[in-house]
Design a protein around this ligand. Structure first.
Ligand code: TTP
Ligand code: MG
Length: 395
């Protein structure tokens, strides 16, 4: 218990990030309904909208055509991901000045472990105020910050305080803070989980915190246990430094051995998606892909490929994996019991940014969006044709 109450975690998230950067570069856009995502004469979706545009119901993921209909006076901008990346790097550098215990999450948010940092900056609240001030003065952006004794409550608090807010949840008052909030405000509660929870009569985080664990476990599996802890303001997850991961891998053993190539491909794709998301979350790229296979006679092989250019997209990880798989199963005709894919030789993603051709930058934008949507609505919110057939498997 003592351990739980001694941590102090901050969650910082930039407000309407892509639009905010455009407004810094062109101050005439300030205070206006602005949308980044492209022209509404094209198919496509809103990446983000200014708060003036959100008043008309515009939000991330909405088709541009719908956005233009709801808010005809909105200004539509194509966007420039390389610039957002620059601002993101500067944002993370400011945070790094306050604590080396930083876990970047995607492009515009991060957790900071600031346990015991009071004497350096006054109170933690004053420290948060100083972080906001530096982001405003040095970058021209506004940030929202949540402070709590664990990650999940800090994240809910920063979201609650948006825009340009600062909410501190004092130790001991986590449940008072969470109880009245809608259950979908809890990280990890995606669209499909909300449906299950509403079916159980759970509308608020308080309702969720009072649900018997066995009911949650039977309806949501282990995820139900995690959500129950979150709803009670309990989250033991550490702030993970990006440098801590040396390799990332996923593997799966099948109930029945398989020789179905397209099934193996689907599993490999799904695993590549998880690894890609994890790499981007920690801001790394991989220089090596490793495939592991166990056959029906329990013999196990690993095959690896070192890459000239490091990678972090699902597609590139999958493509290397599938080549390794094709080569391995050509030589061994047995059914497969286990398949796994991993990446190693991890380097900072920023080291390679200048090498990116334009098409790579587009892919990177796409994956940032995918990661954001999954972060908000759950991993299965987005499924590709390849993984639809796996929807009942836990990978
Ligand atoms: P968010 O932090 O989710 O959104 P935001 O910063 O625009 O607005 P706020 O935090 O104030 O609610 O995402 C950060 C950026 O990621 C966002 O500016 C654009 C991009 N993004 C997409 O491109 N598509 C999406 O669906 C989402 C959610 C975000
Ligand atoms: Mg944001």
């Amino acid at each position: 218990m003592a351990e739980l109450t001694t941590k102090t975690i901050m969650h910082i998230d930039l407000d309407f990030f892509f639009v905010a950067v455009e407004q810094v570069l062109n101050p005439e856009l300030k205070g206006k309904p602005v949308v980044v995502g492209g022209n509404p004469d094209r198919r496509g979706v809103v990446a983000t909208a200014s708060y003036e545009a959100r008043k008309f119901g515009l939000h991330s993921g909405m088709p541009l055509l719908t956005a233009a209909r709801l808010c005809p006076e909105a200004i539509f901008i194509e966007g420039n991901f390389a610039r957002y990346r620059e601002y993101s790097k500067k944002f993370m550098a400011i945070l790094n000045d306050f604590s080396p215990f930083i876990e970047p999450v995607g492009i515009d948010e991060a957790y900071l472990d600031v346990t015991g940092f009071e004497s350096l900056h006054g109170t933690i609240r004053q420290m948060a105020g100083e972080i906001k001030r530096r982001i405003r003065v040095e970058l021209g952006l506004s940030a929202s910050i949540g402070i709590a004794n664990c990650k999940v409550v800090a994240k809910v608090a920063s979201d609650f305080s948006k825009p340009d807010g600062l909410v501190e949840v004092r130790p001991g008052s986590e449940c008072d803070f969470l109880t009245p909030l809608a259950v979908e405000k809890l990280p990890g509660v995606g669209t499909s989980t909300v449906k299950v929870l509403k079916g159980l009569g759970v509308n608020t985080i308080g309702d969720l915190s009072r649900m018997p664990l066995c009911d949650l476990r039977s309806r949501l599996g282990v995820a139900g246990e995690t959500l129950s802890r979150f709803a009670n303001g309990i989250d033991e997850r550490e702030v993970l430094l990006p440098g801590e991961a040396k390799s990332i891998s996923r593997e799966m053993t099948f109930a029945n051995d398989s020789q179905d190539h397209s099934f193996l491909e689907s599993v490999l794709w799904s695993q590549s998606e998880k690894i890609g998301a994890e790499l981007r979350k920690i801001g790394k790229q991989a220089g090596c892909v490793v495939l592991k296979l166990r056959f029906s006679d329990f013999s196990t092989i690993t095959r690896s490929k070192s890459l000239q250019k490091s990678i972090d997209t699902d597609k590139t990880i999958f493509e290397v994996g599938i080549k390794l798989l094709d080569r391995a199963v050509k030589n061994d005709k047995q059914a497969v019991r286990l398949i796994g894919i991993g990446v190693s030789k991890l380097v900072e993603a920023s080291q390679q940014i200048e090498l990116f051709a334009n098409s790579d930058i587009k892919l990177e934008v796409l994956y940032t969006v995918i990661d954001k949507i999954r972060d908000r609505y759950g991993f299965k919110a987005l499924q590709t044709g390849r993984t639809m057939r796996l929807k009942d498997l836990r990978i």
